[in-house]
Design a protein around this ligand. Structure first.
Ligand code: PLP
Length: 362
């Protein structure tokens, strides 16, 4: 692999981040980019100023959706170190997504190094307030300018950085969820386990309709029976019973979340019984009736943990913890964030330290 070329635009002014960052609204100075062709493999890696991407109007990703992405975060710790949460796991998942839609594999070590270099160069863009972070968005798409339906031959990988605000600027608040049975997000053997654009396109209308009815997000049921719980919005879901925490088992239509994996491990270390199995909406309702269901929460890189305060399925409405965040949800949120911000020792090897040494820019 060639060496990465640096086209660095030196700043004349200090980076000033807006008070309200929101999510994915602003971007740092630079991005990483490299191209792929079957004869050359990955070539021409470079870090360059963020700019519009030029693409032929027939580029296959625009027409047939051959595109995948990842989402991970860098944090400034309380010791002012820069860390990235489980980057290798995210890059490995990028490769799994790539496989499913006939895209080439990347070298995990090389992309990790590229990502680290980029974060280092734009480290002034990492916000420092509690809850804030630098969101890292790698994505890959098919470039071939040809309208035939077939896998592209040429690809591009880009890594973009976006400083993001605290997901809960007004404190950890539970959300209102509608169980969706008018639409499905993904079906088994389809693309659900792949972080590809199609799944998000499939989800938009359902979410918009739920929001019009006053809900924050939707809970997705399985695409075959419309019976088993799969995900909540773009998060994995956990169901907290008195004597067991359940999360739907990965069946092909569920995105294998890195936060999900981390939560399962933490809960097991806390001595709790965690089960990955099928769980139906009917079981949730009947356990709610008997008082055996304590609550539900979502997990994902953006929100970390999202407590579900209200859940509506057809005519049935359920309230958890009087609309307050569940005890376990808060505990998990605090545990994960204290690892992110370096307040708690990283006993799992989840933290990747971006060394702060300057880089040689040629
Ligand atoms: C990204 C994503 C998740 C969460 O994955 P994390 O790795 O925890 O961020 C869950 N569901 C969907 C549909 C997603 O796109």
């Amino acid at each position: 692999m060639e060496k990465t070329k640096y086209l660095i635009k030196e700043r004349t002014e200090k980076v000033v981040l807006p008070e309200k960052l929101g999510f994915g609204q602003i971007f740092s100075d630079h991005m990483f980019q490299m191209d792929y062709s079957p004869s050359k493999g990955w070539y021409s890696p470079q870090i360059l100023p963020v700019d519009n991407l030029m693409t032929h109007p027939a580029s296959s990703f625009i027409h047939y959706g051959q595109t995948i992405f990842e989402g991970l975060k860098a944090f400034k710790t309380v010791k002012n170190e820069i860390i990235i949460f489980r980057p290798e796991t995210h890059i490995e998942r990028l490769n799994n997504s790539a496989k499913r839609i006939c895209m080439p594999q990347v070298d995990v070590k090389f992309v990790l190094e590229a990502l680290t270099e980029l974060v280092r160069i734009d480290s002034d863009w990492i916000p420092t307030k509690r809850g804030e972070s630098l969101y890292i968005r790698p994505f890959m798409y098919g470039l071939d300018p040809a309208l035939g339906v077939r896998p592209s031959r040429d690809y591009r990988l880009v890594i973009l950085l976006s400083p993001v605000g605290a997901y809960y600027p007004e404190g950890f608040k539970p959300v209102k969820i509608l169980v969706q049975d008018d639409y499905v997000r993904a079906v088994r053997k389809g693309l659900g386990e792949c972080k590809t654009a199609a799944n998000y396109a499939a989800s938009l209308l359902a979410t918009e309709e739920a929001m019009k009815k006053g809900f924050t997000q939707v809970l997705w049921l399985d695409g075959v029976h419309q019976k088993y719980v799969e995900e909540v919005g773009t998060m994995n879901i956990f169901i907290n019973f008195k004597d067991e925490v359940v999360t739907p088992k990965l069946n092909g239509s569920i995105l294998p979340g890195v936060t999900r994996r981390s939560v399962i491990q933490i809960l097991k270390e806390w001595g709790m019984k965690v089960t990955e199995r099928e769980i139906s909406i009917d079981e949730i309702i009947s356990e709610y009736e008997t008082g055996n269901l304590l609550g539900l929460f979502g997990s994902g890189t953006a929100a970390i943990i999202s407590s579900i305060g209200w859940l509506t399925y057809k005519e049935k409405s359920m309230t958890f913890n009087n609309g307050e965040p569940g005890e376990l949800d808060v505990k998990l949120f605090n545990e994960l964030t204290s690892i992110h911000y370096g307040e708690k020792e990283d006993t799992h090897n989840w933290i990747f330290n971006v060394d702060k040494k300057g880089i040689e820019v040629s």
